[in-house]
Design a protein around this ligand. Structure first.
Ligand code: NAD
Length: 497
């Protein structure tokens, strides 16, 4: 097994000093403290990044506000679309460079970095570019009484909301940022993106490409640093009109409260979950195991929509368990820069330690380890793909998001019991049903409490369809037409004539 060679431009990028991207250029406050970016596959420090100072944060928001008022809001929709498409072209031209930087920072398999962080992110960016010319209000027929000859007309306008802050997690540092700035820019808003402190580098490079694409300075700014410090400062900044947050439920809840307290600011929260996959009694064992692997283990399970709870009919669960153990054991763990690896490290040390605590707890609660539940004997933050047979729906492993490669299996007897189990959680991001009986699936779909329900598939997103959480998994929707609401204010106009 061997790693692909790093491109010279990746090595040159890593050797630079890193900080923020403000008003069209790199910004480094030499006096501000730095934090390390660690390669989770080796635990070695890759780069150091200067934390944004409060002056820099101010400059980033000021720059976004100036770019909004002076330019971007009034740039024609067609031109906005053209520039976003040009950025998409440049991201593809720099595909390998962006993919390698992402893999080094996050431990994501290089094929996933190429396919998702670049190709798929570009697909979303082009989708948003296509909407720029289609954002519209409506005209309405009014019923106001007319005493004489006066008449009325009424219509609505969708106006860009202003400066939007995008707060991004570490699991997809480019793609989730694109969901935020692509959507914001297409509506005529400008942005300040705050990447996760674990993956702060890729967006600095994307912001440079945005300038090369011709997107005016100040439209896309990037500030880096600890979320607990920078996040509240961004949210409270009076010129920030909207916060689009993706991350964990506890942090997101705090962000929502802070946004309301900071002047009833608009907020979209895309949060985590404890997503269920329910396999109906007719579904064959081998296909069930394929489904579990698809739903739970891609990107080491570090996908918000991944399933972590697997409900299998009692008549099949033992056979499923046996085959699943074999299939998990056969996944080749290895360096994420080696194209033959099927499974890389988890993204950082804190996450690795959190998973170890989950394993301890699962054992203490009497969960049966089907496979894994331990680290792999390798240098980085490697955790074996894990499956645990839970004792009951009340086990911690069935209730709390691990955000890792950890599937918990539980047997059910009746279809009604399955629906109750699936909904027995405060979260509601996604869910999947697996059956060859379409009528069973169609009857169950309305009963499942989740923002997205898949049938015979899991973890697929398409820019044309809204995505977001029910219950405590979030507020608002991204993609589809739904995203336009996030970044525009609806203005009603009435005219008497
Ligand atoms: P996190 O909540 O710890 O951090 C997310 C972002 O918030 C980071 O940029 C962080 O620096 C910042 N942050 C931290 N404290 C903050 C504060 N007080 N105010 C403002 N910002 C703050 O999440 P994470 O560990 O980076 O990501 C994993 C979580 O994200 C999981 O729970 C996962 O389910 C969720 N997620 C959800 C989606 C979705 O679309 N629903 C997508 C990906 C990840």
């Amino acid at each position: 097994m061997s790693d692909i060679p790093l491109l010279p431009e990746v090595q040159a990028f890593l050797a630079r000093r890193h900080g923020q991207f403000i008003d069209g250029q790199a910004s480094i406050d030499a006096d501000s403290s730095t934090f390390d970016v660690v390669n989770p596959a080796t635990t070695r420090v890759l780069a150091q990044v200067h934390q944004a100072s409060s002056d820099e944060l101010q400059q980033a928001v000021d720059s976004a506000r100036r770019a909004f008022e002076g330019r971007w809001r009034d740039t024609s929709p067609a031109r906005r679309g053209e520039l976003l498409n040009r950025l998409a072209d440049l991201m593809l031209q720099h595909r390998e460079e962006l993919a390698q930087i992402e893999t080094l920072c996050s431990g994501k398999l290089i094929q996933i970095s190429r396919g998702f962080e670049v190709d798929y992110a570009v697909q979303f960016l082009r989708y948003f570019a296509g909407w720029t010319t289609k954002i519209q209000g409506r005209t309405a027929s009014l019923s106001l009484p007319s005493a004489g000859s006066e008449q009325y007309m009424g219509y609505t306008l969708r106006e860009p909301i202003g400066v939007a802050a995008g707060i991004v997690p570490w699991n997809f540092s480019i793609m989730i940022a694109v969901w935020k700035f692509g959507a914001a820019l297409s509506c005529g808003c400008t942005t300040v993106i705050k990447p996760s402190e674990f993956t702060p580098l890729t967006m600095l490079r994307v912001a440079e490409l945005a300038i090369e694409a011709g997107i005016p300075a100040g439209v896309l700014n990037v500030v880096n640093g600890a979320g607990g410090v920078l996040g509240p400062a961004l949210i409270e900044h009076p010129a920030v009109a909207k916060i689009s947050f993706t991350g964990s439920v506890p942090t997101g809840t705090g962000v929502g409260v802070a946004a309301l307290k900071a002047g009833l600011k608009h907020v979209t929260l895309e949060l985590g979950g404890k997503n269920p996959a329910g396999f109906l009694p007719d579904y064959p064992v081998e296909k069930t195991v394929d489904g579990i692997l698809e739903a739970g283990y891609m990107n080491q399970g570090q996908i918000c929509a991944s399933a972590e709870r697997f409900y299998i009919h009692r008549s099949r669960i033992d056979a499923v368990q046996e085959l699943l153990a074999k299939r998990l054991a056969a996944i080749p763990l290895g360096s994420p820069l080696d194209e033959r690896s099927g499974f890389g490290p988890v993204a950082n040390q804190a996450h690795y330690q959190k998973l170890m605590r989950f394993f301890q707890q699962a054992r203490a609660e009497g969960g049966e380890v089907i496979y894994g539940a331990e680290s792999a004997d390798m240098d980085g933050y490697y955790v074996k793909p894990t499956a645990i047979r839970a004792r009951s729906q009340h086990d911690l492993i069935m209730r709390e998001e691990t955000f890792g490669p950890v599937g918990s299996l539980l047997a059910y007897d009746e279809v009604d019991e399955l629906a109750d189990y699936m909904n027995d959680t405060p979260f509601g991001l996604s869910a999947s049903l697996w059956t060859q009986e379409l009528s069973t699936a169609l009857r169950l779909i309305p009963r499942v409490e989740a923002g997205t329900v898949w049938v015979n598939m899991h973890n697929f997103l398409d820019p044309a369809l809204p995505f977001g959480g029910a219950k405590q998994s979030g507020i608002g929707r991204e993609f589809g037409e739904a995203y336009i609401e996030n970044f525009t204010e609806l203005k009603t106009v009435m005219i008497r004539y």
